[in-house]
Design a protein around this ligand. Sequence first.
Ligand code: MF3
Ligand code: CO
Ligand code: CO
Length: 254
Amino acid sequence: MVQLKSKEEIAQMRPACIAAAATLNMIESHICAGITTNEINTLVHEDTIRRGGIPAPLNYHGFPKSVCTSVNHVVCHGIPGDKKLKNGDIINIDVTTIIDGWHGDTSRTFYVGTPSPKAKKVVEVARQALVHGINMVQTGATLGDIGHAIQMFAEGEHCSVVREYCGHGTGRAFHEEPQVLHYGTPGTGLRLEVGMVFTIEPMINLGKAAIKLLGDKWTVVTRDKSLSAQFEHTLAITEEGVKILTLESLLQNS
Ligand code: MF3
Ligand code: CO
Ligand code: CO
């Protein structure tokens, strides 16, 4: 069942969402060749706490770290470790912060140094795929409309959409209903209504869509080892329209 949120509850979610966004912005200036994903984990962990939050990934279903760091052909749920980033890598950093019991979930994919043409392609397609999905969000539209828009755009750019992982409702729990698929058929699936709060987080591969789970039971990689990129926002549907909760925007004042 989808837990609809009141106007007050959506307002209560903003601090967690803004904190997650701010932590992600802070991290951007630290991304460079030579930094390890463990060091990124420490920066995220400490910044989250400094903002009065709790890093949601830590111990979530046994996840051992405070942030997911997914490098190159890692699709999602990469575990920070002692490997150093190198020039030309891409890295998705997925930050989820809990404040006052509410979750804010957002991720971006960053370039390390100078990107290759392939890296640029998959990252920019993933960035735009999220925008295409967000543009479909309005009361009366369906989840299938969102998925379809993302799929059409990504496949039109000769990239593929990962099927096994999706966006999700979020709130008091990290992952709530509904599941927000990044592919689909227009007019099908749940109808969007005021009070829904969910993420859109398309995982876009440069090669084929197939993935596999590594032996650590968390790290998801592309089967063909092609590059994969992802961007994520938490959104709310309100009486006044769609709000991107994980965006600190001049156009949104609450
Ligand atoms: N932040 C991820 C998402 O967007 C979930 C990570 S779960 C973890 O849904 F346990 F790996 F942290
Ligand atoms: Co999410
Ligand atoms: Co996330």
